[in-house]
Design a protein around this ligand. Structure first.
Ligand code: C2E
Ligand code: MG
Ligand code: MG
Ligand code: MG
Length: 279
């Protein structure tokens, strides 16, 4: 039998079980341990005003410094945490880490206007989440206006009714909301109109071809126009070259992030490169 999982949910561990599967089991075990031991960290990528280059905010991006495998990226461990039912715990750690970091910068006289945190749609399903976010905000003293929550468009639209409810609950806390990877998720415009949003983030895949691929030019233009029509702000992600930034700004997109400005940085690097202590 080559079946991995029987009718009753048993798993058959066969001698032929692939190395990949065994590695995965190790990783799952490590992930639980890393959560218990608080080993996840955040890197912060600047979000800038495309004309002045001023720092408008930072996006927190989760990293896992694995003891033997090196620095692991979220594309590896976020889906795993979701499957294992650990994403809520990880998500709360991320929120807490980020908000605490903002308090640390504040206390040092270093001002980061806004903190953006990625939320998995799985996390939105839990009705306790808004209360837990309120608690983290209260404990860290972060003004809710300075916290932005990002949810990926494609995942959001699959559960649009739930999302509308959950995002409304978030909004009453005073935080702002952004749709991430916008343009990849086939948003229904009628749902988009009903979501309590502040910002659309143009997906990197469209920014990549700007000024080289007329389709990307048109898509970016259309997203910017849509954002303006709906009264939303717009931010482009994955800006790597000056021509992309110039195009976006000409078309009315005011903010962006990407390697042109900086990669995701450790907190002290961000402070050194981007923050000046106020007198
Ligand atoms: P995202 O939220 O769309 O984040 C942007 C990703 O693009 C990040 O990848 C960032 O490092 C990368 N990036 C930034 N600028 C550039 C650029 O100029 N060029 C290119 N090629 N890439 C750029 P990263 O850090 O690997 O994160 C991947 C995804 O994992 C994120 O996509 C987000 O959806 C998810 N993620 C990250 N941290 C968390 C978290 O704490 N919780 C949850 N639920 N998801 C997270
Ligand atoms: Mg994001
Ligand atoms: Mg994105
Ligand atoms: Mg993305």
């Amino acid at each position: 039998q080559t079946k991995k999982s029987g009718r009753n949910g048993f798993r058959f561990f066969e001698p032929a079980m692939s190395e990949g599967a065994i590695e995965r089991l190790h990783l799952e075990h490590d992930l639980r341990l890393a959560l218990q031991r608080d080993e996840f960290i955040l890197h912060y990528q600047p979000q800038v005003d495309l004309t002045t280059g001023a720092l408008m905010g930072v996006e927190a991006l989760c990293r896992w410094p694995h003891p033997t495998l090196g620095m692991l990226l979220p594309s590896l461990f976020i889906p795993m945490a979701e499957e294992l039912g650990l994403i809520d715990e990880l998500g709360l750690k991320v929120l807490e880490l980020g908000c605490r970091q903002m308090a640390t910068w504040d206390a040092a006289g270093l001002y980061v206007p806004r903190l953006a945190i990625n939320l998995s749609v799985r996390e939105l399903e839990r009705s306790e989440l808004p209360g837990q976010i309120a608690e983290i905000l209260a404990c860290t003293g972060l003004d809710p206006k300075r916290l932005e929550l990002e949810v990926t468009e494609s995942k959001l639209m699959r559960q649009a009714d739930m999302a509308i409810f959950a995002l409304n609950a978030m909004r009453t806390l005073g935080v702002t909301l952004a749709i991430d990877d916008f343009g990849t998720g086939y948003s229904s415009l009628s749902y988009l109109k009903r979501l309590p949003l502040n910002r659309l983030k143009i997906d990197r895949s469209f920014v990549e071809g700007l000024t080289q691929d007329v389709n990307d030019d048109s898509i970016a233009r259309a997203i910017i126009a849509l954002a303006h029509t709906l009264g939303l702000e717009v931010l482009a992600e994955g800006i790597e070259v000056r021509e992309q930034a110039d195009f976006l700004f000409r078309e009315g997109c005011v903010e962006g992030q990407g390697y042109l400005y900086d990669r995701p940085l450790m907190p002290d690097e961000l402070a050194a490169h981007w923050l000046k202590a106020s007198e």
